[in-house]
Design a protein around this ligand. Structure first.
Ligand code: SF4
Ligand code: SF4
Length: 172
């Protein structure tokens, strides 16, 4: 916490600190069920006929909090408007914000083995994000990735260095 932080900023920073602790717990729990990944990044490209990542507000805020700057015309667009929809944080085959990646990123594996266990963890931990949002009293949503990143820009405190750029959105 820095001098001059507003109550709004303190709430978001508290929420993100709690979320990062939650991510650490999830990583430990998911470890036995997270095997045989080739790390080719295909599940982060979100082909139109495949699954899409959805984010809660706090998960989207953490992605911004990563400080990673991205430029993508897809940010803020509804999923129905996107013909190509790779994650804007994908660097080649690697996640560019690994520490800040979302619950869906941490629990998805294309190998169907242990799908039930991973799905259970996904649902349990999403509930925990809701509990943080309620406890710290920050906004809530659950939106497709690109739409969520556009929406969070409107909710975060202005002092935060907002680092996403896209057509139709000012630089964060
Ligand atoms: S989970 Fe599957 S699609 Fe995703 S990076 Fe690993 S091997 Fe590739
Ligand atoms: S945040 Fe990282 S792991 Fe999640 S979809 Fe984007 S590139 Fe993939």
């Amino acid at each position: 916490m820095a001098t001059g932080d507003t109550p709004d900023m303190i709430r978001w920073e508290t929420a993100i600190a709690e979320l990062l602790a939650l991510y650490c717990r999830l990583d430990e729990e998911i470890r036995p069920f997270a095997q045989n990944c080739r790390a080719d990044g295909n599940c982060c490209r979100f082909e139109p006929d495949g699954p899409m990542l959805y984010l809660t507000a706090i998960e989207a805020a953490a992605m911004v909090f990563s400080g990673r700057s991205v430029e993508s015309a897809s940010i803020g667009q509804p999923i129905s408007a996107l013909s190509s929809r790779p994650c804007p944080f994908l660097d080649g085959c690697r996640c560019g914000i690994r520490k800040y990646r979302a619950i869906g990123c941490r629990t998805f594996f294309c190998n169907p083995k242990w799908e039930n266990e991973r799905q259970r963890l996904h649902e349990d931990y999403l509930i925990e994000t809701r509990l943080i949002e309620n406890r710290v009293q920050i906004s809530s949503f659950y939106l497709p990735l690109h739409e969520a990143l556009g929406e969070i820009k409107n909710l975060l405190p202005p002092k935060w260095k907002l680092s996403f750029q896209s057509k139709g959105h000012n630089a964060f």
